[in-house]
Design a protein around this ligand. Structure first.
Ligand code: NAD
Length: 349
């Protein structure tokens, strides 16, 4: 990677904005990776990081992921991401959100924000008071909008089915065991779709009460957050945070398929090859989890209705198939194949 600043994850990002307003307490980073295909779009994450460097690393990695995701989903959008660096108590006030909205507005449309971990539709309404460059707003009438989470879940569910078809030769999740990491917005939709098709679910969240609530709703069982990655199952679906697959955790996997919605699941590019060497079919995260940004894009550009969103999300399994086919043909792991495809699309081959 190109590292003129000495930041490990700097990848020729077009620009980086550090926002701090003392009165509101807002501390945020907006990273614009690429505007090659259109305005840089990607959600805003609200998270308590150990330090600002960790927040910067997240913004750099997530924004590059958005460039790849938007390109692979065929959207006329570039890639960007914002992180709001929360304090230990995760204090979030309207004033902070307004200041964040002003910072987004100052970029005059080069960056479009939406929900990510820790941000809600209500937060987008606050941000909207200061800028029009925001999506994930409440739906009005039959217009496309609202929480992108359920759309992400649908794409992940369809991606899991495609992986099951390829790796296990089955057309249904009936009777299959799915290990789900996370019990938040994306995981909830995945669990409900999978349960409706007859899958058995094991669910883990660092917030055990949340895991229990989802297990009750979907008919699954709760397992410990430290057990889920090593659980024996047909599919592991990571739907929490990133960088969970490294040399150690990959060696302990007991699943033939990894397919989930979390961003940046692989700690390093080598981890894609490690997973492939173990014969595990991996669904590149930014391809399988594009459902939410598809909805955001169509909402923001007003370029279609719910049926267009659904049709585009239904294209996710085909893209995964294309990647897996090239991977099988060349021996390169699916994550590297997807990266190369995405880099070509954003003019950085
Ligand atoms: P969320 O905040 O609703 O849920 C995340 C859940 O993960 C929380 O319940 C949290 O307690 C749990 N968690 C955190 N660390 C964990 C760990 N180590 N083990 C188990 N659980 C843990 O967030 P979300 O919107 O569901 O997003 C989940 C992931 O999907 C994130 O990586 C996000 O970037 C990605 N993603 C989300 C969307 C979307 O539309 N919401 C779109 C694309 C990608």
């Amino acid at each position: 990677m190109n590292t003129p600043w000495g930041f490990e994850d700097f990848d020729a990002h077009e620009d980086l904005h550090f926002v701090w307003t003392e009165a509101s307490g807002l501390k945020a980073i907006i990273a614009i990776h690429s505007t090659h295909l259109g305005p840089a779009a990607g959600g805003c994450r609200f998270w308590h990081y150990a330090d600002a460097a960790e927040g910067l690393k997240d913004a750099l990695r997530l924004s590059r992921g958005m460039s790849y995701k938007n390109a692979m989903a065929g959207l006329p959008l570039g890639g960007g991401k914002a992180v709001i660096i929360a304090d230990e108590k995760r204090t979030k006030t309207p004033a902070m959100l307004h200041e964040f909205g002003k910072a987004v507005d100052n970029l005059c449309g080069r960056y479009v924000t939406a929900e990510d971990v820790g941000m809600s539709v209500a937060d987008m309404i606050e941000i909207r008071r200061q800028t029009k460059f925001v999506a994930g707003l409440p739906v009005e009438g039959s217009a496309v909008g609202g929480d992108p989470g359920p759309h992400t879940s649908l794409g992940v569910f369809l991606g899991i089915k495609a992986a099951v078809r390829r790796a296990l030769g089955k057309d249904s999740l009936q009777g299959l065991h799915i290990a789900l990491q996370g019990a938040g917005s994306v995981a909830t939709g995945v669990a409900m779709h999978a349960a409706a098709e007859g899958a058995t679910l094991s669910i883990a969240d660092v917030d055990a009460a949340k895991a229990q609530k989802l297990a009750d709703a979907a008919g699954g069982k709760v397992v410990g957050a430290d057990e889920i990655l090593g659980l024996e199952a047909d599919v592991l679906s990571p739907c929490a945070l990133g960088a969970i697959f490294d040399e150690k955790s990959i060696a302990e996997l007991k699943v033939p398929i990894v397919a989930g919605g979390a961003n940046n699941q692989l700690a390093t590019p080598e981890d894609g090859a490690r997973m492939n060497a173990r014969g595990i079919l991996y669904a590149p995260d930014y391809v399988i989890n594009a459902g939410g940004i598809i909805n955001v894009c169509i909402e923001f550009l007003r370029s279609g209705d719910a049926s267009v969103v659904r049709q585009k999300i239904e294209g996710i399994p085909d893209r995964l198939e294309q990647i897996w086919a090239e991977s099988a043909e060349t021996g390169r792991d699916p994550a590297s194949v997807a990266d190369a495809m995405a880099q070509r699309l954003i003019g950085r081959a």
